[in-house]
Design a protein around this ligand. Structure first.
Ligand SMILES: C[S@@+](CC[C@H](N)C(=O)[O-])C[C@H]1O[C@@H](n2cnc3c(N)ncnc32)[C@H](O)[C@@H]1O
Length: 287
């Protein structure tokens, strides 16, 4: 997906927009007159600036943070990393806590908080759930646009937490974003930094054309591709995790690589393949 511009909608964001634009080698554009305007006017403005909109996108910065707008065929879709909107907050407060499948997969029990390396962080949704449940989570993301969205989402949430939500601030403190390709990171990890659990959720090639794929998912897929090198990540993860590797897959997808998991937790649309390396001590991460 080709990034065409960084557009800022508030004068105070011009410097930040210029910095991000320089990072991506695209122009930064004053869109202050569109602040608060309907999305269709913003989209028309972005389209005008993009020229050829085939597979194109643009970053937009406003008081709510950073979003990536798709142009062309996916016109109207925007993606962002969100850690304090209504849906995320509902799940954090009422979403089932350690009873959630992801918590069981990672091995969370009361008083037990493994250090997790999320080697395919994406927009940080799973990492946030794990950090909400007490894990220290290091996130690795290699796609520059996704990393920019994730980093901006974390900053935005930290500002919000400072003003209004100390508990959210504690959760965000447990999340650390590292700019790295996981293959390289895992090959070079120090023995003392080996995580308790490595969590993998690589992209899966899109299913059939007729499948109901959410528009946001399609845009995300266009952005990062199919992670065709994901099989190799499992072996590396197995060599570096202390206690287990967890792989999230669509429910009907084949396993990653050729190894058979020791346990599988299956949900409605996803499943977690669990590869055990050693038993977790009962007091792991206890303070
Ligand atoms: C399906 S998404 C992960 C979604 C994430 N679990 C969430 O909850 O938002 C997969 C992400 O992993 C990233 N990724 C895949 N292989 C990677 C690698 N070797 N190193 C770093 N990031 C990788 C992709 O760029 C993509 O953003």
């Amino acid at each position: 997906m080709k990034l065409t511009a960084v557009v800022y909608l508030q004068t105070g964001l011009a410097d930040a927009a210029a910095e991000l634009a320089a990072q991506f080698g695209v122009p930064f554009v004053d869109g202050v007159h569109l602040n608060g305007a309907k999305t269709k006017y913003l989209q028309a403005f972005l389209t005008e600036h993009a020229g050829d909109t085939t597979g194109a996108s643009a970053f937009v910065m406003d008081a709510d943070g950073l979003k990536l707008y798709a142009l062309g065929a996916n016109y109207g879709v925007a993606i962002a990393a969100d850690f304090y909107g209504a849906t995320v907050t509902y799940r954090r407060k009422l979403g089932g806590g350690k009873g959630q499948m992801i918590a069981k997969a990672v091995g969370l029990r009361s008083g037990l908080s493994p250090r997790v390396l999320d080697a395919t962080a994406g927009l940080g949704g799973d990492a946030f759930v794990l950090a909400s449940l007490g894990c220290q989570v290091t996130m690795l993301e290699r796609a520059p646009e996704v990393r920019a969205l994730l980093s901006a989402g974390l900053d935005q949430a930290r500002n919000f937490a400072q003003r209004e939500d100390a508990e959210l601030g504690d959760i965000l403190e447990r999340m650390q974003l590292v700019h790295a390709d996981s293959h390289e990171y895992l090959k070079n990890i120090e023995v003392s930094d080996r995580p308790d659990v490595i969590y993998l959720d690589p992209m899966f090639p899109e299913r059939t054309k007729g499948a109901m794929v959410k528009k946001e998912m399609r845009v995300f897929h266009d952005l990062v591709g199919a992670d065709l090198d994901a099989d190799g990540l499992l072996d590396l993860a197995m060599a570096q995790a202390r206690y287990r590797v967890v792989v999230k897959r669509p429910r009907i997808a084949p396993t990653l690589g050729d190894s058979k998991p020791n346990h599988v937790l299956e949900g409605k649309s996803n499943r977690y393949d669990i590869y055990t390396i050693a038993k977790m001590p009962d007091d792991l991460g206890r303070k």
